[in-house]
Design a protein around this ligand. Structure first.
Ligand SMILES: C[S@@+](CC[C@H](N)C(=O)[O-])C[C@H]1O[C@@H](n2cnc3c(N)ncnc32)[C@H](O)[C@@H]1O
Length: 478
């Protein structure tokens, strides 16, 4: 194999159950942390749920906190991240194809394998706790498969199932760091073919990310937010606070009342870069072409409102926030209430505005999200390389629309949360070939941020900057 295959898809079959145990299983009620992790896996598989939205709700509902919550998170998110490699191991240990197993059995096996190979849980506890979780009828099967898994450690399994490093370095790293190979190849390409740095980038996706907050300008100072949240000021955005501990940021008073929000520091930097480009001529109309759920629109709205949170009478700035999906447009409206932001539900490629009418335009385009894999544990296995043509076509259309919306001399930020070259430099070079815009050197608009390579665009990275892998290019309309 050349990289972990996508996880086995659900294919329930009536005859797919594991053998009945040949003696009555000694089963206890599964412990609550493992039960929560198991239920998370089931929700992601069965309902296509987002893990980062589902798990906090599960923990709250079941009253899990402290060590139990941390253990459930480690097991649930860890298993989701590693699923492709766990399945490749399980395929060597089960006597039938994984897609022929009941989904409940497969979820238990993944969870057990993760505990055996990636945590310090003693093997006997990992096996017996997993048997407790699995459907009763499959207890013997689960027990037998996990005992086979436990015969080797993670490194040994990687050597068994991955292609040799020397023969197929990306295939090997993809298995070791549990990424689809096409994702590893995209990182490698974006990093100029540097294998050691590709390994660092893949490894960073498995480290627990810090939560980043934005102290919304005019509403709360960063120092006050840091004091209230127990976080540390972010290194580059004047509004960022980084929280290293766990916990639910949504429970913080400034987040609940909208003075602050949860927003990656890299995301903040892209909106700030757009707002900071020096412009000749007027600077009164800003556009956010893909605004939902409203993180950047809110930051832009706060900047537009001015330092005191009140638009300056001499040069009031208004932001038009456009979002195609109705429910996301409602989120933008809720987030930007009280700010000089008008929200419309519209397709960004079908202009509902006069061409050439905006001084600044942000296109934070729909993308694969490969830049935020550490925050979305299941995403790497859900995305398919075949998603790219549809997305990159849309990105090109939206970028052309953003350029047409800007006035001559106006500035456009093209932003994606992905380092995939097809979504970054290829979209950009195609659209720049139209001759309607010139690219600015974006690096000076990210003051103090190190390791920005040769420009003119900026690519942030989790392993370099501790931010999501945001891409930002700044274009000046001819
Ligand atoms: C990457 S997200 C934007 C994130 C947002 N800027 C923020 O910071 O919260 C992309 C958004 O574009 C929206 N979208 C997709 N196609 C669109 C289109 N043709 N026109 C406008 N919005 C679109 C999606 O619904 C999604 O909300």
């Amino acid at each position: 194999m050349t990289g972990p295959a996508p996880p086995a898809r659900r294919r329930p079959r009536p005859d797919s159950r594991g053998p009945r145990p040949n003696r009555p299983a000694q089963r206890r009620a599964a412990d609550p942390a493992r039960r929560a992790a198991y239920d998370l896996l089931r929700a992601v598989e069965e309902r296509d749920a987002y893990a980062n939205l589902t798990l906090p709700a599960l923990l709250r509902e079941r009253g899990l906190a402290g060590r139990d919550a941390a253990f459930a998170t480690e097991l649930g998110y860890g298993t989701l991240r590693a699923t492709g490699t766990l399945d490749a191991i399980l395929a060597r240990c089960a006597d039938r194809p994984l897609d022929a197993l009941d989904p409940e059995v497969l979820a238990a096996l993944r969870l057990g394998t993760y505990q055996l190979l990636r945590t310090r849980v003693p093997a006997h506890a990992a096996v017996s706790a997993t048997v407790d979780l699995a459907p009763r009828r499959a207890a013997g099967f689960v027990n037998a498969v996990l005992r086979r898994v436990a015969r080797q450690g993670w490194d040994s399994w990687v050597s068994t199932i991955a292609p040799p490093l020397a023969a197929d370095p990306l295939g090997h790293l993809a298995v070791r760091y549990a990424h689809p190979k096409w994702v590893a190849a995209a990182f490698h390409d974006a990093l100029g073919g540097d294998l050691a740095e590709t390994e660092a980038a893949l490894a960073a996706d498995d480290r627990r990310p810090e939560t980043h907050l934005v102290a919304r300008p005019g509403r709360i100072s960063r120092d006050r937010l840091a004091a209230l949240s127990g976080g540390e000021p972010g290194p580059w955005s004047p509004y960022a606070v980084r929280l290293s501990g766990g916990g639910d940021p949504g429970a913080l008073a400034p987040v609940r009342d909208g003075r602050a929000g949860v927003q990656d520091e890299g995301s903040q930097l892209t909106a700030l870069a757009l707002a900071a480009v020096p412009l000749d001529g007027p600077d009164r109309t800003w556009l956010d072409l893909c605004a939902g759920p409203g993180g950047k629109a809110t930051l832009l709205g706060c900047l537009a409102a001015g330092p005191a949170g009140v638009a300056e009478a001499a040069a009031p700035i208004r932001v038009l926030a456009v979002e195609k999906a109705a429910h996301r447009a409602r989120l933008v409206a809720a987030a930007t209430g009280g700010l000089p932001v008008d929200v419309i539900q519209a397709d960004g490629v079908v202009p509902a505005w006069r061409p050439g009418s905006f001084d600044r335009a942000l296109l934070d385009a729909p993308c694969t999200g490969l830049g935020a894999l550490r925050r979305r544990p299941e995403a790497r296995w859900r995305r398919r390389e075949s998603d790219l043509p549809r997305l990159t076509r849309l990105q090109r259309s939206l970028l052309r629309s953003a350029l047409a919306a800007a006035r001559p001399g106006g500035v456009i930020a093209y932003v994606v949360c992905s380092p995939h070259p097809a979504e970054t430099r290829e979209v950009l070079s195609d659209v720049l070939a139209d001759g309607t815009a010139d690219q600015l050197d974006a690096r000076p608009l990210f003051p103090g941020v190190p390791d920005l390579d040769d420009g003119p665009q900026v690519q942030l990275w989790p392993h370099r900057h501790g931010t999501d892998a945001m891409f930002c290019a700044l274009l000046l309309r001819r």
